[in-house]
Design a protein around this ligand. Structure first.
Ligand code: ATP
Ligand code: MG
Ligand code: MG
Length: 387
């Protein structure tokens, strides 16, 4: 479909699924990550780069091998991206380095969103972490409040709930040596997420709004579409779309948001890449988030309804498969999913470790009740539901 080579910074599961989508379009991809990373396992090329997306020399190596550079993770070295952009003026980098820079520091991201009139939780930077500084935040925001690392956060590693003044010393130890900011507590009733695609000419498209359920700070389940009124679906899409319009560059973005007790929506954070909450799109939508990303960054067509559910009564649940305390025990869940009509299993080729994202299961049916029945079978809660 396109003779250009796409380089991907990061070869985890998101990179692996970008590779799959690109392969079907006969688009060549090269990966920068550790040898045998999930994305490399399914892409038999000798041109991959072994190394790290945080290492300048490795980024320079992959930049020399591709026409378009993209990321599966935002924690990449931005100054090097800016440097290679100058070395290779024809190299296209999506998302743009400027967008990655604004997003990878969560506090800069918040400031940027506020500047663009996008609703977010009230936030304050912590210049120097001390008991006094955190107590001052407590006086301003009340308790609990959320203390967050500005950078390198994922799966809640980087967050600490400051429940009271007494928990401040523990918070300082938990997040020591990290750049910090604090967020006012968001009293949400649901967490929602929207995948947004921005085309090369700046048009913004939205996938259905989904509902995410976290366990121990890790995404556990995703319900698509979210069980919310249509008016809220619409408001959430508008909010997410407006947020993404404020960032330069194209490609796919995951927008996480809170649906508050008072009916208000506010953005939690944005990921400039495919997102866990968009995995349902592989089986439930006309075009998956991964293919949409490949199309967007290559300027390939994104026709009407590409981001819609496959049919008007398509419902889906995505279940993350996390590593069990007993090595490989999570495969029992996958086996039950294989017995279930309408369920698809995705395994990422990673070594099993407790709480590690090993794969996911998509369950698709014509009603959410049916999906839930199948989910109970797959998780072993019930022996009915495989039919
Ligand atoms: P991810 O894996 O999504 O990148 P992360 O480490 O970047 O996670 P956040 O998304 O900032 O972390 O927060 C993780 C979870 O903590 C959120 O999904 C939400 O459940 C909760 N949370 C975050 N911020 C707040 C807040 N201000 N008020 C209440 N809960 C919050
Ligand atoms: Mg995050
Ligand atoms: Mg998050």
């Amino acid at each position: 479909m396109d003779s250009r080579t796409v380089g991907i910074l990061g070869g985890g599961q998101l990179g692996r699924m970008i590779v799959e989508a690109a392969n079907r379009l006969n688009v060549k991809t090269v990966i920068l990550d550790a040898p045998n990373s999930p994305a490399k396992q399914i892409n038999a090329l000798t041109e991959h780069v072994d190394g790290s997306f945080a290492n300048p020399a490795d980024i320079e190596k992959i930049a020399a091998k591709c026409d378009v550079l993209t990321v599966e993770i935002e924690h990449v070295d931005v100054p090097t991206l800016q440097k290679v952009q100058k070395t290779y003026p024809k190299l296209e980098i999506y998302p743009s380095p400027e967008t990655i820079q604004l997003i990878q520091d969560k506090y800069l991201q918040k400031e940027h969103l506020i500047k663009n009139d996008i609703a977010v939780a009230e936030s304050v930077a912590i210049e120097e972490a001390s008991e006094q500084a955190l107590a001052d935040v407590g006086s301003k925001f009340g308790y609990p409040y959320m203390l967050k690392s500005r950078t390198l956060a994922y799966d809640g590693r980087g967050n600490f709930v400051v429940k009271s003044k007494e928990s401040i010393p523990e918070a300082l130890i938990a997040l020591q040596n990290r750049p910090l900011y604090a967020e006012k507590w968001a009293p949400f009733t649901k967490e929602l997420a929207v995948m947004i695609v921005r085309s090369i000419n700046g048009k913004v498209y939205s996938y259905p709004v989904v509902e995410t359920i976290h366990q121990d700070n890790i995404c556990h389940l995703c319900f698509a579409p979210a069980r919310i009124p249509d008016s809220v679906q619409l408001k959430a899409k508008l909010l997410a779309g407006n947020a993404i319009k404020s960032f330069p560059g194209c490609g796919i973005f995951g927008v996480e948001m809170f649906y508050l007790e008072n009916g208000q929506l506010m953005i939690n954070e944005i990921a400039p890449r495919p997102h866990n909450s968009g995995h349902f799109t592989i089986d439930a939508c006309v075009t998956s988030q991964f293919e949409a990303h490949v199309r967007a960054i290559l300027g390939l067509p994104l026709p009407a309804n590409f981001a819609s559910l496959s049919t008007s009564n398509t419902n889906a649940i995505m279940l993350n498969v996390l590593g069990d305390k007993v090595k490989d025990k999570e495969l029992e869940t996958c086996e039950r999913a294989l017995q279930t009509p309408g369920a698809s299993v995705y395994l990422y080729g990673k070594e099993s470790r407790p709480q590690r994202k090993m794969g996911h299961i998509n369950i698709v049916s014509s009603s959410m009740q049916q999906c839930e029945r199948k989910l109970r079978y797959i998780t072993g809660e019930s022996d009915e539901g495989s039919g």
